[in-house]
Design a protein around this ligand. Structure first.
Ligand SMILES: Cc1ncc(COP(=O)(O)O)c(C=O)c1O
Length: 390
């Protein structure tokens, strides 16, 4: 879809997100530049594709040739299968042992990290009478303290799982994310223990084709890897996962290119009640206001600690007067010509001005990722720059 086509959409609720297919291809290419050609890319599309919309994101990623996808959301994964996304999908977690049958039947690869799940997967595979063993991934907890079999128990666990008749271990992975120096130091030490585990298993004769430990933080700081796959999420979408003191991600482009809305009402308050007598906007300095449908229900928020959010109109910053349940009210400077239907940019470029996701997020003391998760599920997503991408 071209940007011109987008402009005529959504008249009944004109607030939408523009997802940049070119940026996603570009970011994947940047990631591939940092790894050896034989290393597989498992794209992390957790949480509705980091809030960018699971369906459009995965269609683009499949087209761009990622090797595998991974998510913890069964509903997202099932929707992908129903939409003919047929590359392998690893399930990161999120299921009870009794959910294994449903995962396997949906052609998803479960991750296991306890014997209850391993036995359940084995029994589920048996009940399907498949002549092939069902592939599984094993997750090792190297110190993050979330999901995973603990490093100390990993060899014994793999020995036991390998004896089960109907399943085989296709992959072994861990997750070591970090944001700052001390986190990085910790992750580096723990990573070397994961590499030791991989070597020990190889010596014991366990051949696991896919091993993976690095994700966005490690890729950003350009660690050298010894595994056969990487699993980036944040940087694929142009979102930072480490503090800027550790590394910048300037080569990566924001995949959420714009969030836009349109003016649905313009009001002239010149003869109205004096400012300060109440109503929705008591700090107005101009007589005109306009309203756009980007309220709390669309994922917008009220600003904190006296911060002053703005939006963009034809390259100029307009002050936000207030956000209510379903609307956002803006101040119109006296010399601004504005009409119903005109486009207001919430996030993105307008003329020479830009509101980046980081600036928008700072008004609400939140991260770019959390902003994405809040906004995207509340509005339609349009893919732009498709032709440029392929
Ligand atoms: C197991 C695992 N691998 C990879 C990732 C991707 O991490 P990032 O978004 O930091 O690249 C995640 C995300 O939480 C994860 O849980």
């Amino acid at each position: 879809m071209s940007n011109g086509d987008v402009d005529s959409l959504f008249a009944s609720h004109p607030t939408w997100m523009e997802l940049d297919a070119h940026a996603l291809h570009h970011n994947l290419a940047q990631i591939r530049k940092r790894i050896n050609p034989e290393v597989k890319v498992i794209a992390s599309v957790k949480a509705n594709g980091y809030g960018h919309g699971i369906m459009p994101v995965c269609k683009i990623l499949q087209e761009a040739g990622v090797d595998m996808l991974t998510t913890g959301s069964f509903y997202d994964a099932k929707a992908l299968r129903n939409a003919n996304i047929n590359i392998p999908i690893i399930m990161l977690g999120g299921s009870l042992p009794s959910g294994m049958l449903e995962l396997i039947e949906a052609n998803l690869i479960p991750t296991i990290y306890n014997m209850e799940a391993a036995n359940a997967a084995n029994a589920a595979a048996d009940s399907l009478h498949s002549d092939k063993k069902i592939p599984l991934f094993v997750k090792v907890d190297c110190g993050m303290g979330r999901l995973g079999v603990s490093l100390n128990n990993a060899v014994a666990f793999i020995e036991r799982v390998s004896k089960l008749k109907n399943i085989w271990i296709q992959g072994l992975y861990t997750h070591l994310s970090f944001k700052n120096e001390s986190g990085m130091e910790f992750a580096e030490k723990r990573l070397s223990l994961f590499y030791n585990l991989v070597s020990e298993l190889a010596k014991l004769g366990y051949e696991i084709p896919i091993t993976q430990a690095l994700a966005s933080s490690a890729i950003t700081v350009r660690w050298k890897d010894q595994c056969s796959a990487i699993c980036p999420g944040h940087i694929l979408f142009g979102l930072p996962s480490v503090n800027s003191s550790l590394g910048e991600i300037k080569e990566f482009l924001p995949v959420c290119k714009n969030i836009k809305t349109r003016v649905i009402h313009i009001a002239d308050h010149e003869n109205g009640p004096a400012i300060g007598t109440g109503g929705y906007h008591i700090n107005r300095s101009f007589s005109r206001t306009c309203v756009v449908p980007f309220g709390l229900n669309d994922g917008n928020r009220s600003s904190l600690n006296g911060k002053k959010p703005v939006v963009l109109f034809k390259g100029a910053r307009l002050a936000v007067l207030g956000v209510s349940l379903e609307h956002l009210t803006l101040e119109i400077p006296d010399d601004t010509e504005i009409n119903i239907g005109d486009i207001i940019t919430i996030i993105g470029q307008s003329g020479d001005e830009c509101i980046e996701m980081s600036e928008y997020s700072s008004w609400f003391n939140t991260s770019e990722l959390e902003t994405m998760l809040t906004l995207s599920s509340r509005m339609p997503i349009v893919v732009i720059n498709k032709d440029e991408a392929v």
